[in-house]
Write a protein that binds this ligand. Structure first.
Ligand code: ADE
Length: 230
Protein backbone atom coordinates (compact mmCIF):
# COMPACT_ATOMS: atom_id res chain seq x y z
CA UNK A 1 0.00 0.00 0.00
CA UNK A 2 1.26 3.46 -0.91
CA UNK A 3 0.40 6.48 1.22
CA UNK A 4 0.18 9.77 -0.68
CA UNK A 5 0.08 13.00 1.30
CA UNK A 6 -0.58 16.50 -0.01
CA UNK A 7 -0.93 19.57 2.17
CA UNK A 8 -3.73 21.24 0.24
CA UNK A 9 -6.92 20.09 -1.47
CA UNK A 10 -5.63 21.35 -4.81
CA UNK A 11 -2.64 19.01 -4.49
CA UNK A 12 -4.60 15.80 -3.96
CA UNK A 13 -8.11 16.31 -5.35
CA UNK A 14 -7.21 15.06 -8.85
CA UNK A 15 -5.48 12.02 -7.40
CA UNK A 16 -8.49 11.25 -5.20
CA UNK A 17 -10.81 11.62 -8.20
CA UNK A 18 -8.84 8.97 -10.09
CA UNK A 19 -9.21 6.38 -7.32
CA UNK A 20 -11.58 3.41 -7.40
CA UNK A 21 -13.12 1.30 -4.60
CA UNK A 22 -12.82 4.28 -2.28
CA UNK A 23 -13.60 4.18 1.40
CA UNK A 24 -13.21 7.43 3.36
CA UNK A 25 -12.09 7.32 6.97
CA UNK A 26 -11.78 10.37 9.19
CA UNK A 27 -8.88 10.52 11.62
CA UNK A 28 -7.46 13.57 13.41
CA UNK A 29 -9.76 15.72 11.31
CA UNK A 30 -8.27 14.40 8.06
CA UNK A 31 -10.12 12.39 5.41
CA UNK A 32 -8.16 9.30 4.41
CA UNK A 33 -9.21 8.01 0.96
CA UNK A 34 -8.40 4.31 0.90
CA UNK A 35 -8.83 2.45 -2.36
CA UNK A 36 -7.06 1.73 -5.61
CA UNK A 37 -5.01 4.04 -7.76
CA UNK A 38 -3.95 2.72 -11.16
CA UNK A 39 -4.97 -0.69 -9.80
CA UNK A 40 -2.63 -0.41 -6.78
CA UNK A 41 -3.67 -0.24 -3.11
CA UNK A 42 -3.37 3.37 -2.03
CA UNK A 43 -4.42 5.81 0.64
CA UNK A 44 -4.54 9.47 -0.30
CA UNK A 45 -4.94 12.29 2.20
CA UNK A 46 -4.86 16.05 2.55
CA UNK A 47 -2.95 16.70 5.75
CA UNK A 48 -3.23 20.48 5.97
CA UNK A 49 -0.38 22.96 5.95
CA UNK A 50 2.72 22.77 8.09
CA UNK A 51 4.97 20.27 9.80
CA UNK A 52 2.72 19.29 12.70
CA UNK A 53 -0.18 18.35 10.42
CA UNK A 54 2.22 16.51 8.14
CA UNK A 55 3.89 14.50 10.92
CA UNK A 56 0.55 13.53 12.46
CA UNK A 57 -0.67 12.36 9.09
CA UNK A 58 2.48 10.32 8.50
CA UNK A 59 2.05 8.58 11.83
CA UNK A 60 -1.56 7.70 11.04
CA UNK A 61 -0.46 6.23 7.71
CA UNK A 62 2.04 4.09 9.59
CA UNK A 63 -0.27 2.99 12.43
CA UNK A 64 -3.64 2.52 10.73
CA UNK A 65 -2.73 1.76 7.13
CA UNK A 66 0.68 0.11 7.50
CA UNK A 67 1.81 1.78 4.28
CA UNK A 68 4.85 0.34 2.52
CA UNK A 69 5.77 3.74 1.07
CA UNK A 70 5.06 7.34 1.98
CA UNK A 71 5.07 9.94 -0.75
CA UNK A 72 4.55 13.65 -0.18
CA UNK A 73 3.44 15.48 -3.29
CA UNK A 74 2.75 19.16 -3.91
CA UNK A 75 4.40 22.44 -4.74
CA UNK A 76 7.45 24.30 -3.48
CA UNK A 77 9.60 27.39 -3.89
CA UNK A 78 12.79 26.99 -5.91
CA UNK A 79 16.14 27.61 -4.20
CA UNK A 80 18.24 27.19 -7.32
CA UNK A 81 18.45 29.48 -10.35
CA UNK A 82 18.49 26.46 -12.69
CA UNK A 83 15.22 25.11 -11.28
CA UNK A 84 12.38 26.93 -12.96
CA UNK A 85 8.71 27.35 -12.20
CA UNK A 86 6.94 24.16 -13.35
CA UNK A 87 10.03 21.94 -12.94
CA UNK A 88 10.03 19.04 -10.50
CA UNK A 89 12.29 18.35 -7.54
CA UNK A 90 12.60 14.83 -6.14
CA UNK A 91 14.12 14.63 -2.67
CA UNK A 92 17.50 13.04 -2.16
CA UNK A 93 16.98 13.98 1.48
CA UNK A 94 15.04 16.42 3.64
CA UNK A 95 15.65 18.51 6.74
CA UNK A 96 13.89 21.11 8.86
CA UNK A 97 15.39 24.54 8.30
CA UNK A 98 13.54 26.03 11.28
CA UNK A 99 14.89 23.53 13.82
CA UNK A 100 17.19 25.78 15.84
CA UNK A 101 18.93 24.64 19.01
CA UNK A 102 22.02 26.73 18.31
CA UNK A 103 21.68 28.10 21.86
CA UNK A 104 22.62 24.60 23.07
CA UNK A 105 25.56 24.38 20.68
CA UNK A 106 23.84 22.40 17.92
CA UNK A 107 24.09 23.42 14.31
CA UNK A 108 20.94 24.93 12.88
CA UNK A 109 18.73 22.23 11.35
CA UNK A 110 20.00 19.59 13.78
CA UNK A 111 17.36 17.96 15.99
CA UNK A 112 18.80 17.60 19.50
CA UNK A 113 19.21 14.03 20.76
CA UNK A 114 18.17 12.44 17.48
CA UNK A 115 20.66 10.26 15.62
CA UNK A 116 19.50 11.70 12.29
CA UNK A 117 18.33 15.16 11.25
CA UNK A 118 18.74 14.83 7.48
CA UNK A 119 16.36 12.11 6.29
CA UNK A 120 17.32 10.18 3.18
CA UNK A 121 14.70 9.36 0.60
CA UNK A 122 14.36 5.89 -0.88
CA UNK A 123 16.53 5.30 -3.95
CA UNK A 124 14.03 3.01 -5.66
CA UNK A 125 11.26 5.61 -5.31
CA UNK A 126 13.54 8.36 -6.64
CA UNK A 127 14.40 6.27 -9.73
CA UNK A 128 10.76 5.36 -10.34
CA UNK A 129 9.62 8.97 -10.01
CA UNK A 130 12.36 10.25 -12.31
CA UNK A 131 11.45 7.76 -14.99
CA UNK A 132 7.73 8.54 -14.58
CA UNK A 133 8.35 12.28 -14.77
CA UNK A 134 10.40 12.06 -17.94
CA UNK A 135 7.60 10.02 -19.51
CA UNK A 136 4.56 12.12 -18.58
CA UNK A 137 6.08 15.61 -18.22
CA UNK A 138 8.52 15.67 -21.15
CA UNK A 139 8.47 19.49 -21.42
CA UNK A 140 9.92 20.16 -17.99
CA UNK A 141 13.11 19.27 -16.14
CA UNK A 142 13.32 16.94 -13.16
CA UNK A 143 15.97 17.54 -10.48
CA UNK A 144 17.06 15.39 -7.57
CA UNK A 145 18.22 17.27 -4.50
CA UNK A 146 17.62 18.38 -0.95
CA UNK A 147 14.23 19.58 0.25
CA UNK A 148 14.26 22.00 3.17
CA UNK A 149 11.05 22.37 5.14
CA UNK A 150 9.85 24.80 7.76
CA UNK A 151 6.70 26.39 9.11
CA UNK A 152 7.29 29.38 6.92
CA UNK A 153 6.25 30.52 3.44
CA UNK A 154 9.55 31.83 2.09
CA UNK A 155 9.05 35.05 0.16
CA UNK A 156 12.12 37.03 1.00
CA UNK A 157 15.38 36.99 -0.92
CA UNK A 158 17.59 37.25 2.17
CA UNK A 159 15.91 34.24 3.76
CA UNK A 160 16.23 32.37 0.48
CA UNK A 161 19.96 33.20 0.33
CA UNK A 162 20.39 31.91 3.88
CA UNK A 163 18.59 28.66 3.07
CA UNK A 164 20.77 28.10 0.02
CA UNK A 165 24.05 28.92 1.79
CA UNK A 166 23.26 27.06 5.00
CA UNK A 167 21.57 23.92 3.71
CA UNK A 168 22.19 23.76 -0.05
CA UNK A 169 18.52 23.00 -0.63
CA UNK A 170 16.95 22.68 -4.06
CA UNK A 171 13.49 23.75 -2.93
CA UNK A 172 11.60 24.83 0.16
CA UNK A 173 8.13 23.93 1.41
CA UNK A 174 6.30 23.32 4.66
CA UNK A 175 5.72 19.58 5.18
CA UNK A 176 8.23 17.28 3.47
CA UNK A 177 10.85 16.89 6.20
CA UNK A 178 8.15 16.26 8.83
CA UNK A 179 6.77 13.41 6.74
CA UNK A 180 10.34 12.24 6.19
CA UNK A 181 10.92 12.16 9.94
CA UNK A 182 7.69 10.25 10.57
CA UNK A 183 8.66 7.79 7.83
CA UNK A 184 12.17 7.40 9.29
CA UNK A 185 10.88 6.77 12.83
CA UNK A 186 8.56 4.07 11.50
CA UNK A 187 11.09 2.48 9.12
CA UNK A 188 9.07 3.33 6.00
CA UNK A 189 10.69 4.35 2.69
CA UNK A 190 9.67 7.85 1.59
CA UNK A 191 9.92 10.34 -1.22
CA UNK A 192 9.03 14.00 -1.62
CA UNK A 193 7.84 15.09 -5.07
CA UNK A 194 7.48 18.85 -5.49
CA UNK A 195 6.67 20.96 -8.51
CA UNK A 196 8.00 24.50 -8.40
CA UNK A 197 5.35 27.22 -8.11
CA UNK A 198 7.61 30.19 -7.27
CA UNK A 199 11.19 31.28 -6.63
CA UNK A 200 10.86 31.71 -2.83
CA UNK A 201 11.88 35.36 -3.18
CA UNK A 202 10.16 38.74 -3.22
CA UNK A 203 7.99 37.68 -6.17
CA UNK A 204 6.89 34.41 -4.51
CA UNK A 205 3.40 35.57 -3.51
CA UNK A 206 2.47 36.67 -7.01
CA UNK A 207 4.12 33.78 -8.84
CA UNK A 208 2.58 31.27 -6.47
CA UNK A 209 -0.95 32.38 -7.38
CA UNK A 210 -0.19 32.40 -11.08
CA UNK A 211 1.64 29.09 -11.37
CA UNK A 212 0.18 26.94 -8.62
CA UNK A 213 -2.23 25.13 -10.99
CA UNK A 214 0.34 24.31 -13.64
CA UNK A 215 2.81 23.09 -11.03
CA UNK A 216 0.21 20.86 -9.42
CA UNK A 217 -0.65 19.36 -12.81
CA UNK A 218 2.98 18.22 -13.19
CA UNK A 219 3.18 16.62 -9.76
CA UNK A 220 -0.20 14.89 -10.21
CA UNK A 221 0.81 13.51 -13.64
CA UNK A 222 3.99 12.16 -12.13
CA UNK A 223 2.27 10.57 -9.12
CA UNK A 224 -0.27 8.74 -11.28
CA UNK A 225 2.39 7.29 -13.57
CA UNK A 226 4.68 6.41 -10.69
CA UNK A 227 1.87 4.58 -8.95
CA UNK A 228 1.16 2.45 -11.99
CA UNK A 229 4.85 1.37 -12.01
CA UNK A 230 5.06 0.55 -8.28
N1 ADE B 1 5.20 26.20 -1.16
C1 ADE B 1 5.22 26.76 -2.39
N2 ADE B 1 6.05 27.82 -2.42
C2 ADE B 1 6.56 27.95 -1.17
C3 ADE B 1 7.46 28.86 -0.57
N3 ADE B 1 7.98 29.87 -1.25
N4 ADE B 1 7.76 28.69 0.74
C4 ADE B 1 7.20 27.68 1.45
N5 ADE B 1 6.34 26.80 0.94
C5 ADE B 1 6.02 26.92 -0.37
Amino acid sequence: MIGIIGAMDEEVSKIKAAMTDVEIQKRAGMDFYKGKLQGKEAVVVRCGIGKVNAALCGQILADFYQVDYMVNTGIAGSLNANIDIGDIVLSTDALQHDMDATGFGYEVGVIPRMPVSVFEADRHLIDLAKEACEKVNPDIKVFTGRVVSGDQFVSDKEKKKWLVETFHGYCTEMEGAAIAQAAYLNGIPFLIVRAISDKADDSANMDYAAFERKAIEHSVNLMMEMCSQL
